[in-house]
Design a protein around this ligand. Structure first.
Ligand code: NAP
Ligand code: SF4
Length: 670
């Protein structure tokens, strides 16, 4: 066992079985659960993680019946044929000494179909359909359905099940007053409201016997009005133990909560204190979660006694070998999850298969393979931004001789800018990872080197990954004004900014710059919790009190020419966090403007036909990017051996997901 992470890597004795370490790979829906070709790809996905050493894997949510499906075509686990089909998954995990539990999830009122059911007929703010109130008969049938799924899971070879009782799904809907208005024995008092989850646990234990892991995902902090209080959470935790659960996992926040819980803006380990509060009240192992992404942090959490296990989900998309690298004291080589959601949750919410921004191989284990090359070539890569780094290191890993040319004095490209934005510090981890990968794979790095045709002519292949530069905009008076600066220069040179700032462009970068300028100084975890109105005592129902607006002392306007909503940035699951943050800080978000001129008095605009002067001291241009294409006039002479990727290929709607994916996809082909 590594001396470095003794708590994290210690086995956990569950009495009838044991786990090889304290790491639970949390449930994630990947989109492979419903794959047309069957469960082979899902098995390959879990197999890789089991091979990487994770102690206990929890699958994505499977519904115990038709009505519990999240989407009309979401996966169900209710028939013998499902058990048969899942054997490929359990065998793949067991082959490598791992354990795996099937998550049983009933969506309740979050179901995206007209057959949604809940404790009461109250529509969720994020749902399209109103649920029907469940009859008593339907309640009993649903309890049976959970038990049936558990029994089938056992037949499929699963080591256990996780009963999804958090995040605002059906069981949570019974537990909280917010969604349970019943007057029968399943509603009213707290004792009545927790009857349904407890009966489910008892029924599952009854059919599965003593030697089967039952995890209950307990919502310890609902983060919605009329959620549970701390006393209620503890009452339920104790009752769950009596009902026969093996492990209690922590759930934080309903899906409809308007508080970020896993995005990169959330400080690392921001919610482990919640698990710590509950832990002394139960005797079963308890798991903590949310924004834990390094073995160092996980070790500290366990060593300080906050929990018995840590759950990490997205970090296993980013790096299947997280555990093995921790065991071998190679944490520097872990490809760290940066919490961006851009290729995992954003994809799932768009109905696409999950993957990972920093690891495009995730969920494509059978399709995207970096196999050793049969013919080693000399390959030059120009540009050490995300696309160039991913390409160069994958090429070298495959056995090519790779030289990487970067015109600046350091690697990282746009990530080096991003990591300076408050709440995006995690981007630094990706640069650290690639710096170590360059060494590990033997890529020859040339910094401060401007590549040209003469330098590159002799290589077998040339990859241009030279990235982007800020777009220049045409506004009257812009070139004469000393007030104007582009975002890249601002971040790189940390230029002084006045107290009144106009930001031209409301894309991801305009929003990031506004966040940076209005960020409070000396911001710690407790300040963050306070800012979002999170009650650390959990005395208020749901652990929530009305959060205060924290106006910045700077006046900032973020502008776009398009009509419509301003300030959400590009992230499907994170856009609302950016917008809400800016609103809370009093930033002016203005759409439908036209830029007239810039002079000593500021930026002159027209909005809704009315002229207006924004008396800005500083005007920051965040108007997108243009490709950087060095020695383009000579590209033709390189013929087919020249390849262009990332922002150099196409700057519009550039994001790091595309840049890194393009880099890797090219590298596996050359
Ligand atoms: P962007 O998203 O393309 O936004 C550019 C902004 O500038 C738009 O608001 C656009 O709005 C405005 N604009 C464009 N041309 C203009 C012109 N000629 N004059 C004045 N305004 C102009 O670009 P970005 O903000 O630089 O972001 C680049 C990429 O980085 C994004 O595509 C995104 O994927 C990625 N990124 C992502 C995140 C994230 O949190 N996920 C954060 C930062 C960046 P109007 O044309 O309506 O004025
Ligand atoms: Fe983490 Fe981003 Fe990868 Fe999702 S896409 S697993 S949040 S790094």
């Amino acid at each position: 066992m590594s001396v470095k992470y003794p708590h994290l890597l210690a086995p956990l004795d569950l009495g009838f079985t044991s786990l090889r370490n304290r790491i639970l790979m949390g449930s994630m829906h990947t989109g492979l659960e419903e794959h047309k070709a069957g469960l082979g790809q899902l098995a390959a996905f879990y197999e890789e993680r089991a091979k990487g050493g994770v102690g206990l894997i929890v699958t994505g949510g499977f519904s115990p019946n038709l009505r519990g499906r999240l989407h009309p075509f979401s996966a169900e686990f209710s028939k013998p044929k499902h058990a048969q089909a899942h054997k490929v998954v359990t065998q793949a995990v067991h082959k490598h000494g791992g354990k795996i539990a099937l998550q049983i999830l009933h969506a309740g009122r979050y179901a995206m179909h007209p057959f949604a059911q809940s404790a009461s007929a109250i529509k969720a703010p994020i749902a399209k359909f109103s649920p029907n109130e469940m009859s008593e008969r339907q309640i009993y049938k649903t309890i049976d359905a959970f038990a049936n799924s558990a029994k089938l899971a056992q037949e499929a070879g699963y080591d256990g099940v996780e009963i999804m009782g958090s995040e605002g799904y059906l069981l949570n809907q019974f537990i909280c007053k917010r969604t349970n208005m019943r007057y029968d024995e399943w509603g009213g008092s707290y004792e009545n409201r927790i009857r349904f989850p407890l009966e489910i646990v008892k029924a599952v234990r009854k059919v599965a016997g003593e030697k089967f892991i039952i995890i209950f995902r307990l919502s310890m902090l609902d983060l919605v009005e009329e959620g549970s209080t701390f006393d209620e959470v503890v009452t339920l935790a104790k009752q769950l133990e009596l009902a026969g659960v093996t492990i209690i996992n922590t759930g934080i926040g309903w899906h409809e909560a308007r508080i970020p819980t896993i995005a990169t803006q959330v400080p690392r380990g921001a919610f482990t204190w919640v698990t710590e509060k509950v832990r002394p009240h139960v005797n079963v192992p308890i798991v903590t979660c949310n924004r834990i992404n390094t073995p160092h942090d996980a070790e500290e959490i366990l060593a300080s006694g906050q929990a018995d296990m840590v759950s990490m989900a997205r970090p296993f998309l980013a790096d299947p070998y997280f555990v093995q690298k921790s065991e071998q004291d190679q944490a520097n080589l872990i490809n760290t999850c940066i919490g961006c959601n851009q290729a995992c949750l954003d994809n799932v919410f768009k109905g696409k298969r999950a993957s990972c921004l920093v690891n495009p191989f995730a969920c494509r284990e059978t399709e995207l393979l970096a196999e050793p090359t049969v013919k080693s070539k000399n390959i030059a890569v120009v540009g050490a931004g995300p696309a160039g780094l991913a390409c160069a290191t994958t090429l070298a890993e495959r056995g090519h001789q790779v030289e990487l040319f970067e015109r600046s004095d350091r690697i990282g490209g746009q990530f080096r800018l991003a990591m300076q934005i408050p709440g995006k510090e995690e981007f630094r981890e990706t640069i650290r990872y690639f710096a170590n990968r360059i060494e590990e794979t033997g890529v020859k790095l040339h910094l401060d080197t401007e590549a040209n045709a003469d330098l590159l002519r002799e290589y077998d292949e040339v990859v241009i990954a030279s990235g982007v530069e800020p777009r220049k905009v045409a506004i009257d008076g812009i070139s004469q004004s000393s007030k104007v600066i582009d975002y890249q220069t601002l971040i790189k040179e940390k230029t002084f900014v006045g107290n009144k700032v106009a930001i031209v462009g409301a894309g991801g970068i305009g929003v990031d710059i506004a966040t940076m300028l209005t960020e409070p100084t000396d911001h710690h975890l407790d300040d963050w919790l306070y800012e979002w109105g999170i009650d650390k005592e959990i005395n208020y129902p749901g652990g929530l009190y009305p959060y205060p607006d924290s106006f910045s002392d700077k006046t900032v306007w973020v502008l776009q020419r398009r009509q419509g909503r301003v300030g959400k940035g590009p992230g499907k699951t994170t856009g609302w966090i950016h917008k809400r943050t800016l609103e809370k800080r009093g930033v002016g978000l203005m759409g439908g403007v036209s830029y007239e001129k810039i002079d000593d008095s500021g930026l002159h605009i027209t909005q809704k036909g009315e002229p207006r002067l924004l008396d800005a001291d500083t005007i920051i241009i965040c108007a997108g990017q243009e490709s950087v294409r060095p020695f383009e006039q000579s590209w033709a002479e390189f013929g087919e051996k020249l390849h262009v990727i990332g922002g150099a290929d196409y700057a519009g709607e550039l994001d790091a997901v595309r840049a890194i994916r393009q880099g890797v996809e090219l590298a596996v082909k050359l």
